[in-house]
Design a protein around this ligand. Structure first.
Ligand code: ATP
Ligand code: LTN
Length: 331
């Protein structure tokens, strides 16, 4: 009997993984894998909602798997796979799209931001992106969805779609909940601390695989303010508050401890100390990811295995959904 609750989460291989995606999502996954049945996905179908170079997308999808493992996710324990290998995601997405309102999708802030950024290419895919995300989650009857704070709105929409579907066709989907970390839920850009650190904005962004000297340079250059006190105050000191968040997420210290540690020291000491903490945090991950990238056969085996297990689970839900909406069984 399987009494464990289930988790689903994913990250788009639309760029290199960032310190934000690590602290907001992956770090949480590594803690949760021991208590839950987890599926961790590389959502390549989401990535093509904005133009991608095909060769880069292919390389990054495999590199992302290597980095998931290097961050501590165990392929023996979790189902780790590439979204496009499981066709049920696209199939369920179509059905759920017929249970989603045009107005709901128009209210999504990620859609509004990205359609502003890519004004010359606002595709239907970018608009219906949250429906595919709902399909990802609902296919596996996930209980929890560990993501950064920016994804809260998408998980809420997923719940609305699932509730609506269940209202029409009872007992179809588990209603999932977002699981947002206490520390690191929103890592901000080092160059513009009012914006989220994001892989599509390389300025002010620290990548998981950045060289130590680049990490140090980025932190030394981080935008702060014209005071001298290392104090947590998001409203008035967004840059310093963000650095404190990163420092604490990297070291496990509390904000109060970190404030006390740097009480008599200026930003000139504090900024490189944050950089060093991040370098140390990432060093073992980078070494392991580098090693895994040389073992393509192993990575291939992990994603093939993952796809097979994911398809088995996905198919169960999809059959149920097709039956409920009134499709004639193929056999
Ligand atoms: P894009 O620039 O393409 O929007 P992104 O850098 O925001 O990408 P995603 O793939 O959208 O990254 O996010 C991956 C996961 O990491 C999600 O769960 C998201 O909530 C989380 N995440 C991303 N950026 C941050 C951040 N700056 N702080 C905390 N969590 C983040
Ligand atoms: N939309 C998410 C990535 C994503 C996801 C998911 C996260 C796609 N499908 C399912 C959790 C569960 C993002 O942009 N970070």
């Amino acid at each position: 009997m399987d009494a464990k609750k289930r988790i689903f989460s994913g990250i788009q291989p639309s760029g290199e993984l960032t310190l934000g995606s690590y602290m907001g999502a992956i770090k949480n996954w590594t803690a949760l894998q021991h208590e839950y049945d987890c599926l961790f996905c590389i959502v390549d179908m989401h990535a093509i909602t904005v133009r991608q170079n095909p060769a880069d997308l292919r390389r990054r999808s495999v590199a992302q798997l290597a980095q998931y493992i290097a961050c501590g996710l165990d392929p023996e324990k979790n189902i780790m796979f590439i979204q496009s290998h499981v066709p049920q995601h696209a199939e369920l997405s179509w059905v759920l799209g017929c249970f989603t309102q045009f107005g709901e999708l128009g209210r999504m802030t990620q859609f509004k931001d990205k359609s502003q950024k890519h004004a010359d290419n606002i595709t239907a895919g970018l608009f219906t992106y949250p429906v595919l995300m709902a399909a990802d989650i609902l296919l596996y009857q996930a209980d929890l969805v560990p993501v950064g704070a920016d994804q809260m709105q998408h998980v809420e929409l997923c719940r609305d779609i699932a509730n609506r579907f269940n209202y029409n066709f009872p007992d179809t989907f588990t209603i999932p909940e977002a699981f947002i970390p206490k520390m690191g839920a929103r890592v901000m850009s080092l160059g513009a601390p009012e914006n989220k650190m994001s892989k599509s904005e390389p300025d002010g962004c620290v990548f998981l695989m950045d060289k130590p000297e680049d990490i140090m340079r980025k932190f030394k250059r981080a935008v702060t303010d014209c005071e001298t006190a290392v104090r947590y105050d998001v409203e008035n000191k967004p840059g310093i508050s963000n650095l404190l968040t990163i420092y604490c997420a990297a070291t496990g210290k509390t904000i109060a401890d970190a404030e006390a540690e740097f009480a008599d020291q200026g930003y000139g000491i504090f900024k490189p100390a944050v950089g060093e903490a991040v370098v140390e945090l990432l060093r073992p991950i980078q070494e392991e990811a580098g090693r895994l990238m040389k073992d393509k056969a192993y990575l291939e085996q992990v994603y093939q295995d993952g796809a097979q297990k994911a398809q088995y689970l996905a198919n169960k839900t999809l059959r149920k959904v097709y039956k409920k909406v009134g499709f004639v069984p193929a056999k």
